[in-house]
Write a protein that binds this ligand. Structure first.
Ligand code: ATP
Ligand code: MG
Length: 438
């Protein structure tokens, strides 16, 4: 016998998502598709691999993402490639590459999929993680920002995340931000010597990044730095005022957070983050904002944009903690057949019910009734359908409700209708009951 080799494990910071938890992930994705479609967003799928320069130029060379978190390698033909750390740059690249802007008007796109950042793995922070995001390209109107936030709020409500904070800020534009950065540099001159090493470096290279420093000892100093909203030019100010007024109009509460500048260089004007107390240290569930200059940074025509990215790993965690969405799906029915003669009709019934979309399990081996019921219980089947000698003779099968123990005799052709009637009632948890025909 060959000796057993050492077990190969998954890569640090990556993880396997297993059932029943994957069902929760699917529900979140289904709900996103449904809500986004209601706001007329369409799906875009871009590659996981991109040229390194795409992120270096858009996200910004001095950001944590580009300077230390990207998975970058030289391909065999010497091209520098990167596993995408985020997808906004890719979506804008695709928009330009396929000249979608030529069609005119506003384009609303959404995506979902894995992103890669080489961070220190911990709860809510992984090296392969998942984002669900959306982008609106082609308009700088403040109502675009508000409508997209309204959609997000509906989505969070639908997946059952009720306790959260919307943090809001404006980071100005290329016209007014330089003034602010100057003031920030000036203020930092006085305090930077007592700040962390990263901040000392940032104060030189990219002072805005000081504002999202997470080192405890630096916080009191950061709180005293000048605030970007005091430096907005009249257009940026007006834009921000409209966003705030319209959020109030729609009864969407927010919290102005002057330090919120986000970790990417491409943001302009509105920036926001949604945090959830259920999450602990990694409390940002999603983030986003406006990026009116991004398209030009990567060689495209001027194209205003607004978007967000939801951290799906963290959202699922928060929703789990809030006790919403339950765990995996139970099995609709387990078919217990007793004696060889029952196999063919049992198999036929299983096939028919499966074609109707029910989730059905059936054993390939004959089994005693007691053992079958044990399995039905273990699989959390909502119904057991029992087909024994007596049932075969009478042409009616036993349909047992596993929760109540109630049992009724039903002709095979009626079983689908009975299940549909009972499962319809069972399978619509309040948090996700959104079928419009209900
Ligand atoms: P953080 O401040 O937590 O590092 P971020 O500002 O880097 O977040 P974004 O780039 O705005 O995050 O990404 C949007 C969302 O993606 C975040 O709010 C978070 O929910 C999620 N996210 C970002 N990085 C990770 C990661 N390494 N693991 C899991 N989720 C992540
Ligand atoms: Mg980060």
């Amino acid at each position: 016998m060959a000796e057993r080799s050492e077990l190969i494990r998954s890569v640090k910071g990556t993880r396997d998502l297993l059932p029943p938890e994957t069902r929760l992930w699917q529900r979140v994705e289904d709900e996103a598709r449904r809500v986004f479609a209601a706001y007329h967003f369409q799906e875009i799928r871009t590659p996981v691999l991109e040229q390194t320069s795409l992120f270096a130029r858009s996200v910004g060379a001095d950001t944590d993402i580009v300077s230390k978190e990207m998975y970058t390698f030289q391909d065999r033909d010497n091209e520098m490639l990167t596993l995408r750390p985020e997808a906004t740059a890719s979506v804008v690249r695709a928009y330009i590459e396929h000249s979608i802007y030529n069609q005119g008007g506003v384009h609303k796109l959404y995506y979902m999929g894995p992103m890669f950042r080489r961070e220190r793995p911990q709860k809510g922070r992984y090296r392969q993680f998942y984002q669900i995001g959306a982008e609106v390209l082609g308009s700088d109107h403040p109502l675009i920002d508000v409508e997209t936030l309204e959609m997000l709020v509906l989505f969070l409500e639908r997946v059952g995340l009720r306790e959260y904070n919307l943090l809001l800020n404006s980071v100005g534009c290329t016209h007014c931000r330089p003034e602010y950065v100057k003031a920030l540099r000036r203020a930092l001159e006085g305090v930077k010597a007592s700040m962390c090493d990263d901040c000392q470096r940032r104060a030189e290279t990219n002072p805005l990044r000081v504002l999202d420093c997470k080192v405890e000892a630096d916080q009191p100093m950061i709180d005293k730095l000048p605030r970007i909203i005091d430096y907005l030019d009249p257009e940026c100010k007006q834009h921000f005022e409209r966003v705030k007024a319209e959020l109030i109009q729609r009864e969407i509460p927010y919290q102005i957070t002057p330090r919120l500048v986000r970790g990417l260089d491409y943001y302009t004007r509105t920036t926001f983050e949604i945090t959830s107390g259920a999450l602990g240290a990694q409390n940002a569930v999603l983030g986003g904002g406006r990026y009116d200059g991004l398209a030009e940074m990567i060689g495209g025509p001027p194209t205003p944009g607004f978007g967000f990215a939801i951290g799906q790993d963290r959202l699922v965690l928060a929703v789990q903690q809030a006790g919403e969405l339950g765990t995996g799906d139970a099995l609709d029915a387990y078919i217990a057949w007793l004696g060889e003669a029952a196999f063919a009709p049992a198999q036929k019934l299983a096939r028919e019910l499966r074609r109707e979309g029910f989730s059905i399990e059936i054993s390939p081996e004959p089994m005693k009734l007691k053992k079958s019921m044990g399995i039905a219980n273990k699989l959390q089947a909502r119904f057991a359908i029992i087909i024994g000698e007596g049932e075969l003779k009478g042409g009616r099968y036993q349909v047992k409700d596993m929760a109540s123990g109630n049992q009724q005799e039903v002709g095979p052709s009626q079983i689908g209708a009975i299940l549909r009637q009972k499962l319809r009632y069972l399978s619509a948890p309040a948090a996700v009951c959104t079928d419009s025909d209900e």
